[in-house]
Ligand binder design. Structure first.
Ligand code: CP
Ligand code: NVA
Length: 307
């Protein structure tokens, strides 16, 4: 593993290894066992969009690993005044040991990896959110004991979460049904690649997607960058693309609900369903910390964690 740009770069073995390391690091943290494997290493964290979980979990995770996190807002970098990604990559590679970047264009993350000489981690783009799906899969393993053969359903906007979930679910051996309105379906290239997969279903009907589901996912109707369309989107999604009691009634009786957060309650998820599943949703948020530490260790080649 050289970078984490998108989940389709991982093999199934690499995916499972990251999750296993995440579980191990979580156990060690809870037991008070120190893991200072990244002593002397610095992670640059470039943000072009807001963040609560990604920023704090990477920053705290890097500290727990004995390394140093460096927060870099695009507005404070020369990149914000037009310095190219190519040059930024070549400069930052001289100071840092790895970079986590949250930005709009997936292409920028790929360029950073192409021109830099250090590991790059995608901390969310308009197209993908791989770190979040790793945390979700880790949480599902905790609750369900397995990923293989489970039925996942995603209800809502075919956004970065939906795109990464399709890839992650199929890689992990789960099936995935996505219910999105026409015009808001997942990325076309991803659909082209997976539409004929026997474990993938695309529908406009949330009830069809959620039927017998073991895990139901949702996310905001308007992502960061979609603000100007928020009112139009609300009209398209409301009353149909909401995870609520009526919808969950057709799922498996033991269904678990995942939300990457932040949540817009009573839009994509009803308040009562959110609160009923809050324990697992906040475990999901916590697992960002553990699984991202696993990513950092594997990318920075720490011998004990590299198979
Ligand atoms: N889920 C997630 O990535 O949250 P933040 O936007 O707060 O980082
Ligand atoms: N789809 C959301 C996820 C936030 C973590 C967004 O991109 O804003």
């Amino acid at each position: 593993m050289e970078h984490l740009l998108k989940l389709s770069d991982l093999t199934k073995d690499e995916l499972l290894m990251l999750l296993e390391t995440g579980h191990d690091l979580k156990k060690k943290l809870k037991a008070g066992i120190e893991t200072p494997y990244l002593k002397g290493k610095t992670l640059g964290m470039i943000f072009q969009k807001a963040s609560t979980r990604t920023r704090v979990s990477f920053e705290v995770g890097m500290n727990q690993l004995g390394g140093h996190p460096l927060y870099l807002s695009v507005n404070d970098l020369q990149m914000g005044r037009g310095e190219s990604i190519e040059d930024t990559a070549r400069v930052l590679s001289r100071y840092l040991d790895a970079i986590m970047i949250r930005t709009f264009d997936q292409e920028d993350v790929e360029t950073l990896a192409e021109f830099g000489s250090i590991p790059i981690i995608n901390g969310l783009t308009d197209l993908y959110h791989p770190c979040q799906i790793l945390a979700d899969l880790m949480t599902i393993q905790e609750v369900k004991g397995t990923l293989e053969g489970l039925k996942f359903a995603f209800v809502g906007d075919g956004n970065n979460m939906a795109n990464s979930l399709i890839v992650g679910a199929l890689l992990a051996g789960a099936s995935i049904a996505v219910a999105s309105p026409r015009g808001y379906q997942p990325n076309e290239a991803i659909l082209d690649k997976y539409i004929d997969h026997s474990d993938f279903l695309l529908t406009e009907d949330p009830y069809e997607a959620v039927q017998d589901a073991d895990v139901v996912f949702t996310d905001v109707w308007s992502s960061m960058g979609d603000e100007a369309e928020a009112e139009i989107r609300k009209k398209v999604f409301q009353n149909i693309y909401q995870v609520n009691h009526d919808l969950l009634a057709v799922a498996d009786p033991e269904v678990m609900v995942q939300h990457c957060l932040p949540a817009h309650k009573d839009e994509e998820i009803s308040t009562d369903v959110f609160e009923q599943h809050a324990k697992v949703i906040f475990e999901e948020a916590e697992n960002r910390l553990h699984v991202q530490k696993a990513v950092l260790l594997h990318l920075m080649g720490v011998p004990a964690y590299v198979s």
